[in-house]
Design a protein around this ligand. Sequence first.
Ligand SMILES: [Zn+2]
Length: 47
Amino acid sequence: MTSAKDPICGMTVDTATAAAHGTYDGQPVYFCSVACQTAYESRRAQR
Ligand SMILES: [Zn+2]
């Protein structure tokens, strides 16, 4: 199992069962929920 850290809430998520993930700047990013992914994307859009 591979785990990754949700950058929004800091939770450790299993990459195999992550509720949401996306690729940003060529890097895969995993989230515990779609809500965290949405928050991450809106945060990026502000930069
Ligand atoms: Zn989260």
